[in-house]
Write a protein that binds this ligand. Sequence first.
Ligand code: SAM
Ligand code: SF4
Length: 338
Amino acid sequence: MGELRMSSLIDGFGRVHRDLRVSLTDRCNLRCTYCMPADFSDWIPGDHLLTTDELMLVLDVATSMGIDGVRLTGGEPLLRPDIVDVVKRIYALPHAPSISLTTNALRLTDLAQPLADAGLQRVNVSLDTLDRDRFKALTHRDRFDDVIAGIEAAKAAGLLPVKVNSVLMRGVNDDEAVALLRHALDNGWNLRFIEQMPLDAGGLWARPKMITADDILEMLSAEFTLTPVEGRGSAPAEEFYVDGGPATVGIIASVSRPFCAACDRLRLTADGQFRNCLFSAEETDVRAVVRDTSLDDAARREGIEQILHQVTRSKLPGHGINDASFIQPARPMSAIGG
Ligand code: SAM
Ligand code: SF4
């Protein structure tokens, strides 16, 4: 698993693609304000979702081309009824990739151990506040305790280190930067702050309101000594040792410090659309190839390969969020897969 192989997924700027983010559903049991409006109803129709057999065909081809890391996401990936089976089957692929999961943790108390047994290696949990009432206001659900229990379950199942992702918003939870890091250090979480991106279906994002990496570093530096960790590679997070280490804190500054030049990621939506960037305006339909009954298995695989090459080749050098001409993608983060 995660064996070192050549990847043939190289774009026009020499970037070698090894990582695939796979959205398993656009449904969610929270309604984080920056991701999905509380009254969201534009769901992907059920028959558009890739079945698990269809997904495995796509992943079999993608891993044979050099994808060696698969991150399952959504929506909330733990809402996929056969999530344990999905992990088991990815783990059993001939070129099994490393498997990780991004989750709100609500179902982790039941699922952490079965998922670890199935081959899951790591989890990223999203949590933006340590205050129960604030959590309810931010997510429109009163489920704070379930998240904390889910994180503990992940630790107990050996899904280590548990990474916790927080999005800070001005006037909402930006007063919690230091408290979140202290809590993370005390509880063995690996905390990363994510800059809020223009991907909410409600169009709430506004650049001047954003809490930037600089803001976060300033708030944290008032309480901690932060020293940059060298050797970031293609990781989206800039890591810093806290008070000399070994504990670290990460900042994912997609907006103010874009890391597109080192990006090695492709994305597959739950309805079988490949994207070469979170922010791309285009998607390429692999579901149509997978479901084309006029093709035999070899032709279907070849079709998937061609799409992966084409999606990789057409990747732009950067996401363009900071350009005047930037247009927010038509789908919210929950449907693209974060
Ligand atoms: N439901 C899972 C979760 O919340 O972890 C997985 C999907 S969620 C879309 C993946 C990540 O995207 C989460 O860490 C979430 O905080 C982040 N996210 C969602 N909308 C965002 C936005 N507008 N800007 C920055 N991060 C966002
Ligand atoms: Fe759901 Fe994750 Fe989006 Fe929150 S960030 S609404 S938990 S998909």
